[in-house]
Design a protein around this ligand. Structure first.
Ligand code: GLN
Length: 483
């Protein structure tokens, strides 16, 4: 396993022990070599990445950005000019967007080198990566198991040591959940922290680009590069972007961490519970005060999330009609038949299920009973968090109820699949940030993660708490499949 993180790679390059070309080449080699086992990449861009390295080599030393020569992987629902953006769907297939997402623009400006596009659940709908039209991603810890979803390709690429960092998207947990199942760190920032321009919309009021890495410091570095106001996305906030790296080192003494005990009950695997309990103890030993908090409406989060997310998805996915993007069904007698056939052949089963569900909850007569009710409960959930954050800086929960499950284990039971998001989707509904960190291995050798959530714009606090934990309890295990 290559011990690669942004800081050590940067230092090695500065000292002349390695070069951007060597770093990027070994990342590309690993991506190509491991893709047979993992199916983490839908496109590997060797030529483009090596061209970028040449540009970087030619640039003056003082123009080197914070991510100069750092290889990075991008989920296939985030637009990179010249590369595909299939979103894991047949309906987009080899579609190539003519522009870069803002996050991608900013990564490029900081010198990062994009090595490819990662596999994901179709339109980011899923918790296991089995909904990709291009086959499932496999978990590097056990290739018979799922890596989590929907950003499973990005998570697997970081966990396997192919890249130090990767971008994903998180609508209900799709960065934190696969981070947890793959033994790495995953951050979903505050809604409005990172521009969604160039992120293909799923549930627009929930979607955020998120970051995978092997430690909190690297996540802070990438967040510092891509966060901030963007004229292309009116939902980005004009909140200053702090220097996350300097904030990370601040003392933890006196921090208060809230634990919602009611979330540690039914459905939580015993080994996961024990491991998360030991993370709570670790914080106590580090000088944090542990307080009980209540989130009385959290128990409704799955129902609320799957109403709001599907409602928004049904509207967002109306644009895929065979006219504007990607795939078009052959030989349709007339326009409406062409729309129907394109969508029938282009979308997978889960996406169709969501479009139908979303259309239903928005339809006249049901809107009041489902969609409006869900929005009302969403507001109550936000109030729960506001109350809780009066007593603590962060709330600690498990990230997922179980460790990585077997491929095929939940594919026939959408409800049990949806329950994977029970700890994560609350943060999206409230718009607050959450981070998942590895805290141990199960008896069967699978990673376990825990989650910290904070109030709006509290990323510095979350990263500081994460960093303190990492220093005291470094996670040093490696997956079976790795570079
Ligand atoms: N698993 C959730 C879903 O299927 C979350 C997906 C996501 O965060 N993109 O909707």
């Amino acid at each position: 396993m290559r011990e690669t993180d942004i800081e050590s790679l940067g230092e090695q390059m500065t000292r002349g022990e390695t070069t951007a070309r060597a770093v990027v080449e070994s990342s590309l080699d690993a991506a190509e070599k491991l893709n047979h086992a993992l199916n983490a990449f839908l496109q590997i861009d060797r030529a483009g990445a090596l061209r970028r390295v040449e540009e970087l080599d030619a640039a003056a030393d003082d123009s080197r950005g914070a991510l100069a020569g750092i290889p990075i992987a991008i989920k296939d629902n985030i637009c990179v000019r010249g590369l595909q953006a299939s979103c894991g769907s047949r309906i987009l297939g080899a579609y190539q967007p003519p522009y870069n997402a803002t996050a991608v623009e900013r990564l490029n400006a900081a010198g990062a080198v994009i090595i490819g596009k990662t596999n994901c659940d179709e339109f980011a709908m899923g918790s296991s990566n089995e909904n990709s039209a291009f086959g499932p991603v496999r978990n590097p810890w056990d290739t018979e198991r799922v890596p989590g979803g929907s950003s499973g390709g990005s998570a697997a690429a970081v966990a396997a040591g192919i890249v130090p960092v990767a971008l994903g998207s998180d609508t209900g947990g799709s960065v934190r959940q696969p981070a947890s199942l793959c033994g790495i760190v995953g951050l979903k920032p505050t809604y409005g922290r990172i521009s969604r321009y160039g992120l293909v919309a799923f549930g627009s009021s929930l979607d955020q680009i998120g970051i995978f890495g092997r430690n909190a410091r690297d996540i802070g570095t990438v967040l510092g590069v891509i966060a901030g106001r963007d004229a292309h996305d009116a939902t980005t906030a004009n909140v200053p972007v702090p220097d996350y790296k300097s904030e990370i080192e601040r003392e933890l003494e006196g921090a208060r961490i809230g634990v919602p005990r009611e979330l540690f009950g039914e459905g939580l695997d015993a080994e996961v519970r024990a491991s998360v309990e030991s993370a709570i103890e670790a914080y106590r030993e580090l000088g944090a005060e542990i307080v009980d908090v209540e989130l009385p409406h959290a128990k409704y989060c799955i129902a609320v999330y799957y109403i709001i997310a599907t409602a928004e998805a049904s509207s967002n996915l109306a644009r895929f009609d065979g006219v504007r993007y990607g795939f078009r069904a052959e030989e349709s007698p007339e326009l409406r038949a062409m729309y129907r056939r394109t969508r029938d052949e282009g979308f997978g089963a889960e996406v169709k299920r969501r479009i139908m569900l979303g259309t239903y909850v928005l339809s006249s007569g049901y809107y009041e009973a489902y969609y409006r009710k869900a929005q009302q409960v969403r507001t109550l959930l936000k109030h729960d968090f506001e109350q809780a954050f009066m007593q603590c800086e962060a709330i600690l929960t498990p990230t997922t109820p179980t460790t990585a499950f077997h491929l095929g284990e939940k594919t026939n039971d959408p409800l049990s699949m949806y329950l994977n998001d029970i700890y994560t989707c609350t943060a999206n509904l409230a718009g607050i940030p959450g981070i998942s960190l590895p805290c141990g291995l199960s008896g069967g050798g699978l990673p376990i993660g825990f989650q910290l959530m904070g109030t709006y714009w509290s990323e510095p606090t979350l990263l500081r708490l994460a960093h303190a934990y990492e220093q005291a309890h470094p996670f040093t295990s490696h997956p079976r499949v790795s570079a």
